[in-house]
Design a protein around this ligand. Structure first.
Ligand code: TYD
Ligand code: MG
Length: 474
């Protein structure tokens, strides 16, 4: 018999302890345990009674072979949202949208609700954070006041599910946000991980049985995790995150997990005075206002999901006054920068050990793919030597620890996007699939970082390049 008494639940990962401790052994988070009432035991405990017949209902098993059907889709009408979900919402599926407070989750979902309600489907928007008049006011500001969306400002899960069962079955239900919901069957306080999990379970059961598509909104903590609902991430069919830099007006919707489509797909939006508008050509947006005559900037032809996107990589390499030089990165991985720096030192002959290095992906995009290595290296060498890179050139390629430049996937699509935006040349790996005439771009194919360093340094202003040469000799 399990011991009764208070239990302590990690609010980050949901691990349960019988005694309080400072650090969660399961996920390593400090001070995340809080006391919650004992969770009710699982009925039946999942065991089959020895000898006797189990009490459950007997169901027919199906064969893996047999008819298959593509999941039917309900298109939201917002192209960038449908792209990230993989072609629309799947009936009976549950989607979690995470993001910082104020990033625009409620705005995006209200627009999706309105667009879908306009097609004649029943849509219910349940807000646990704002009153119905607040929601209505915002919808009016966005010009969506006429959309036949059913509104509620409720937080009790049992009440919500009972109400949803009345009348026509909704095609889409939005719960904004899951952290504000509470179930009377769970004893813990609202907002605790046990409540969030219990509420999500009940809602997911509702979605699966009713066939409605359910969207849960989840707030994100400072370190980028969906607070509490990290446990919810495992239960839902898709997790999307809505991101953006406070100083920029555009927002990126990114697929993190998707049972019905590709992950890594991004949708790009711009926050305007009348809600979010879709950005059809993200490259033009990310490259807008770039300073083409400054050293330290290289254009990367990257692939986000299935779509090529051009972004500017900015580097600043400056002599350091500190014993341990600073390395700061925005929009890329720290460890990847350390690797590129080490390769440039070892195989490119650069001396970077006494320099602070700052790296920024312009426009607030977060780049994950290794094809960025070459653009990062070019930006670093450019900043160090003072050589300005040709403004009409794009870069892509992975850098190996040996200094070799390795081929990357979908080179042709990257070149096509560059040509479309008026770029004239591309710096890319020597090896790789046939890319035909490269869409009319001048191709500079490199096989080693040494070639990259030599080429950029050759165009550097003389005073600085001779100074670099001296440094390299030492
Ligand atoms: P909101 O959707 O409430 O964010 P979340 O639900 O993620 O917390 O967005 C709030 C922000 O969006 C707020 O700072 C104002 C801004 N905003 C606009 O700039 N234009 C608009 O039309 C709307 C509705 C909001
Ligand atoms: Mg909101």
């Amino acid at each position: 018999m399990a011991k009764r008494g208070p239990t302590y639940v990690c609010q980050a990962c949901g691990a349960v302890y019988h005694r309080w401790q400072g650090k969660c052994d399961s996920c390593g988070t400090w001070s995340s345990l809080s006391e919650e009432a004992q969770a009710a035991p699982v009925p039946g405990g999942g065991r089959v009674p020895s000898g006797g017949r189990a009490r459950g209902r007997i169901f027919a098993l199906e064969s893996l072979k047999g008819e298959t059907q593509d999941a039917p889709r309900i298109v939201s009408g917002i192209g960038e949202l449908d792209r990230v979900t993989g072609g629309g919402f799947v009936p009976g599926s549950v989607l979690l949208i995470g993001g910082d407070p104020g990033i625009g989750k409620s705005t995006l979902l209200m627009q999706a609700c309105a667009a879908m309600a306009m097609t004649g489907r029943r849509v219910v928007y349940v807000s646990g954070e704002e009153s119905t008049s607040q929601v209505r006011l915002r919808a009016q500001r966005m010009g969506l006041a006429e959309a036949p969306v059913d509104l509620a400002a409720e937080t009790n899960i049992e009440d919500i599910i009972a109400t949803l069962g009345q009348g026509e079955r909704p095609a889409l239900v939005v719960i904004d946000s899951i952290q504000t919901m509470w179930s009377s069957e769970v004893e813990s306080a609202p907002g605790t991980v046990t409540q969030v999990r219990g509420s999500a379970q009940a809602l997911i059961r509702y979605a699966k049985t009713s066939g409605a598509c359910l969207i849960l909104v989840g707030h994100v903590t400072k370190d980028g995790q969906i607070a509490g609902p990290r446990v919810v991430e495992h239960m839902v069919d898709a997790v999307l995150s809505f991101e953006g830099e406070g100083t920029h007006s555009f927002r990126i919707l990114r697929g993190q997990k998707n049972r019905f489509g590709a992950t890594d797909e991004i949708g790009v939006f711009e926050m305007t005075g009348a809600g979010l508008s879709e950005v059809g050509n993200p490259s033009a947006l990310f490259l807008a206002g770039r300073d083409q005559d400054a050293p330290g900037a290289a254009v990367l032809a990257s692939i986000e999901g299935t779509r090529p996107v051009l972004v500017e990589i900015q580097a600043l390499v400056a002599p350091s006054a500190l014993g341990t030089p600073r390395r700061a990165v925005v929009g890329w991985e720290n460890s990847r920068l350390a690797m590129v720096l080490a390769v440039l030192e070892t195989h490119g002959g650069l001396k970077l050990g006494q320099h602070d290095v700052y790296l920024n992906v312009a426009g607030g995009l977060r780049v994950g793919e290794p094809a960025a290595d070459l653009a990062v290296a070019a930006a670093l060498v450019s900043s160090l030597t003072g050589a300005i890179l040709p403004s009409g050139a794009v870069h892509f390629g992975e850098i190996a620890l040996s200094g070799a430049i390795r081929p990357v996937s979908v080179a042709a699509a990257r070149l096509r996007e560059a040509a479309k935006l008026g770029f004239e040349s591309a710096v890319l790996p020597a090896a790789g699939a046939d890319i035909g005439d490269g869409n009319g771009l001048r191709l500079r194919r490199l096989s080693h970082v040494g070639e990259l360093v030599a080429e950029i340094a050759a165009s550097a202003p003389r005073a600085r390049s001779s100074q670099r040469a001296q440094q390299a000799d030492r």
